[in-house]
Design a protein around this ligand. Structure first.
Ligand code: HEM
Length: 318
């Protein structure tokens, strides 16, 4: 009896925790204050991608790098504000790599024009990410909004909480587990690498020192990424179609064509091989599970209520 009661209290407490953290995110949050926000974001994203396809991928990565570091609070978007804080943009995984910030600035300017002081940078990034995936041929999902913006950044957390390209499978699984994601969700989210580019410096070791690469792909890659020099040379993460979101990334892994070490370890006779095969064979299942995992990512520790602020400029606190 006492044990039952205790169980009920634990369950009720867990339910309360879940509902408190999610309570203020909703799809209708801006209906009364900025009803055109979704249209504005879509239109800026669309014209940015029309100018340069890759920027859609860059935006998706910004969202991941924002949410994994202290939650989806727009912290990544802040520039240096010394001595108070150093920008997350200077952390190793972001430096000379994270891009697309001007698109977010453009959306922010558009929303400030129409609904001043209402739409957070964190929400703009969440909506722009969904729109980028859709624009590049991927699945859609309902974006919950109502996040507020951080008043500080955490460069140190960006250095420790974002996975390195050299990670093995155990490390990837652990790092995602720390953020409450399953190994299956790690694989689904990695499918974002069906779009975008990587610099030679991020895949050189994998290319020259690992044996789990398709020799045909290797020859091509080596021409683009010499053993020394050419650090910033770009190659599509999915060499077949880096501007088209889809399950081709998983088919590439099955052919040992993963560009990063952290890609190929997902299919290297380990515990996630089956998930890679499943997604490679079933585009719909990948789309559905990617979309759910992105919604889950968007729910990572949002600032709500009176926490944080609505920044006027995404690069600076008010
Ligand atoms: C699983 C661990 C992951 C690792 C180790 C990793 C690492 C990397 C690296 C090294 C690059 C290339 C960066 C450069 O050369 O400048 C990259 C690009 C990218 N990543 Fe990841 N990533 C991971 C997961 C994710 C996830 C979960 C997402 C989104 C859901 C994502 C989205 C992207 C995108 C879209 C690009 C291309 C960006 C562009 O072209 O600007 N990645 N990632």
């Amino acid at each position: 009896m006492a044990a039952n009661l205790k169980f009920l209290i634990v369950v009720a407490a867990a339910a309360a925790t879940v509902s408190v953290s999610d309570a203020q995110l909703s799809s209708t949050y801006y209906d009364g204050t900025c009803p055109t926000v979704f249209d504005m974001v879509k239109s800026v994203v669309r014209s940015a991608i029309n100018r340069e396809k890759r920027v859609g991928a860059s935006i998706v990565r910004l969202f991941f790098h924002d949410c994994f570091v202290n939650g989806c609070d727009g912290g990544l978007l802040l520039d240096d504000n010394l001595p108070a804080f150093e920008s997350e943009k200077n952390a190793l995984p972001n430096k000379n790599s994270a891009r697309g910030f001007e698109v977010i600035d453009k959306i922010k300017a558009a929303t400030e024009n129409v609904c001043k002081g209402v739409v957070s940078c964190a929400d703009i990034l969440a909506i722009a990410t969904r729109d980028s995936v859709v624009e590049l041929g991927g699945p859609s999902w309902q974006v919950l909004v109502g996040r507020r913006d951080a008043r500080t950044a955490n460069k140190q957390a960006a250095d420790t909480d974002l996975p390195p390209f050299s990670a093995n499978l155990t490390l990837l699984i652990n790092m995602f587990q720390q953020k409450n994601f399953t190994a299956r969700e790690l694989v689904a989210l990695s499918g974002a690498h069906s779009i975008g580019m990587a610099r030679c410096t991020t895949f050189r070791d994998h290319l020259y020192n690992n044996t789990n690469l398709d020799p045909i792909a290797t020859t091509d890659l080596k021409a683009n990424c010499p053993q020394s020099g050419g650090d910033d040379n770009l190659v599509g993460l999915d060499h077949q179609s880096p501007n088209r979101f889809g399950n081709n990334y998983f088919q590439g892994l099955m052919k040992k064509r993963g560009l990063l070490n952290s890609d190929q370890v997902l299919f290297n006779a380990g515990s996630t091989d089956d998930v890679v095969r499943t997604y490679g064979d079933n585009a719909q299942m990948f789309s559905d599970e990617f979309a759910s995992a992105m919604v889950k990512m968007g729910n990572m520790n949002p600032l709500t209520g009176s926490n944080g602020e609505i920044r006027t400029n995404c690069r600076k606190i008010n």
